[in-house]
Design a binder for this molecule. Structure first.
Ligand code: C5P
Length: 317
């Protein structure tokens, strides 16, 4: 049996609108998600013991069941017990590039890579929809991470409609190393402050979610117009994260004043990104903001939109 190495790209939210509360306690969302080429590497190797082992170079990444990569492997073992019995356990090595608890789906994309990798290791031949159904059991962003690219996501985030690629854009991301925001906290706080604005009945929720397909961000993407995309970035969670985290607000303002195409917090934050038309502009904006906020805790990455999700780098015999 082969070992596999996979690349697991991060995502940003170009658009995140919270529409209401679902019967399952999650929020009904209308989002536009975009893969970027900042990626973790996941190496999967068969081992003879019936165990799942996780190794990671970063101490802040959990190596137990709280890690989505572990839970993805556990889910595959539960779903395909005869393959688990036949092939034995899995050793997962995560080489982390994506910051943790950053609003970039770092944990979700690692989980997605483990699903794709085990599907190949065990020669299951699962289709993309089958992989995405398994992914939805792990978390709301995991299904998107499988195919990646540019997509509309509705429901909890698991109902996906692909959009044309937008891979000519660059971005600079900024995040305070020591700052993490809990996604559950961000949604709970939003609910307590804005719950009165939620759409109440499920039929209206669904038709409202459908409206994103004809919305202005989708038009900007169809027009392949980077400036329009930058002007139409939107994220409801900024309303609760920015007032609670003044550093994030300051970073957002610093990016805003640079002449980038647009700037926004990604997901539940605290990463803020600025969209750029070239790598050169992204490098210049990174330097400008670094000079303005010379805090050694503030890290930057220059990245590019990418048009795919999990990528297999190499099967190793
Ligand atoms: O699905 P995931 O585990 O990534 O979600 C993390 C948390 O974010 C959930 O426990 C929930 O509190 C919140 N969430 C939500 N509605 C969504 C997605 C996430 O309320 N659509």
């Amino acid at each position: 049996m082969h070992a596999y190495s996979l690349l697991a790209p991060a995502k940003i939210n170009l658009y995140l609108e919270i529409l209401g509360l679902r019967a399952d306690g999650y929020h009904e969302l209308a989002m536009i998600l975009q893969s970027i080429d900042l990626a973790d590497q996941i190496d999967l190797r068969p081992i003879s013991t019936q165990t799942i082992q996780i190794h990671c170079d970063r101490p802040e990444v959990p190596q137990d069941k709280t890690n989505l990569a572990y839970r993805a492997a556990e889910l595959m073992c539960e779903q395909f017990p005869e393959r688990f019995a036949q092939f034995g356990g899995i050793e997962i090595t995560i080489t982390k590039q994506i910051p943790v608890a950053a609003g970039l789906a770092g944990g979700s994309t690692d989980g997605a890579a483990v699903l794709v990798g085990i599907d190949m290791m065990w020669q299951l031949g699962l289709t993309q929809p089958e992989l995405q159904d398994l992914a939805a059991k792990l978390g709301s962003d995991v299904p998107f991470c499988i195919a990646g690219g540019t997509a509309i996501a509705t429901g909890r985030g698991e109902k996906l409609d692909p959009l044309p690629n937008l891979d000519s854009l660059y971005l600079v991301l900024g995040k305070y190393r020591s700052l993490e925001v809990s996604t559950a906290w961000a949604y709970q706080t939003y609910r307590s402050q804005f719950g009165h604005t939620y759409i109440q009945d499920s039929v209206s929720l669904e038709s409202r979610a459908h409206r994103v397909h004809s919305g202005s961000m989708v038009q900007a993407i169809l027009n392949q117009n980077g400036l329009q995309v930058g002007q139409r970035l939107y994220n409801d969670l900024e309303k609760v994260v920015l007032p609670s985290y003044p550093q994030v607000l300051e970073l957002r303002e610093a990016f805003y004043n640079t002449g980038a195409l647009g700037t926004m917090m990604s997901g539940s934050g605290p990463t803020v990104f600025a969209l750029c038309e070239s790598e050169k502009q992204a490098q210049e904006i990174q330097q400008q903001v670094r000079n303005e906020i010379p805090d050694p805790d503030l890290e930057f990455w220059v990245s590019r939109f990418c048009n795919q999700g999990i990528q297999v780098i190499s099967p190793v015999s």
